[in-house]
Design a protein around this ligand. Sequence first.
Ligand code: ZN
Length: 140
Amino acid sequence: VNVTEVTIYPVEQSGKLRAYASFVLDDRFAVHGCKVIETLPGRLTVCMPNRKVTMQCPKCHATGWDGVAGPAVTDDFCGRCGELMPSFDERTRDYRKPNGKLDVHRDVCHPLDRETRDAIAQAVLDKYREVAANGPEGAA
Ligand SMILES: [Zn+2]
């Protein structure tokens, strides 16, 4: 698969997020909402689009990904009806890693093999470094 187009949307430094990115595969399939993350100083990673795990609101029954906007497990209130959600510990109990850290993000889409993953990461990071060096207009 060839990455035929990459668009970088730099963000002012906020935590580890350096930019949002979109890319196109073989001029046929566009992916939006990727992130360029600086995991360690100078070490960049491309994250695929993801979403937070959602839950069903006990009052209005909104569930999130079946067509009705529902609360993420980390939301204190339902975004649809405003109902106060159960306690944070109760909501997130099933979404903890063995070390206790929260694990509430799920990929929306992702490459299935290393070759594709590397091709996407390289294309996005090459473009990111070009934009970071030349400014958003890409002058050079
Ligand atoms: Zn609700």
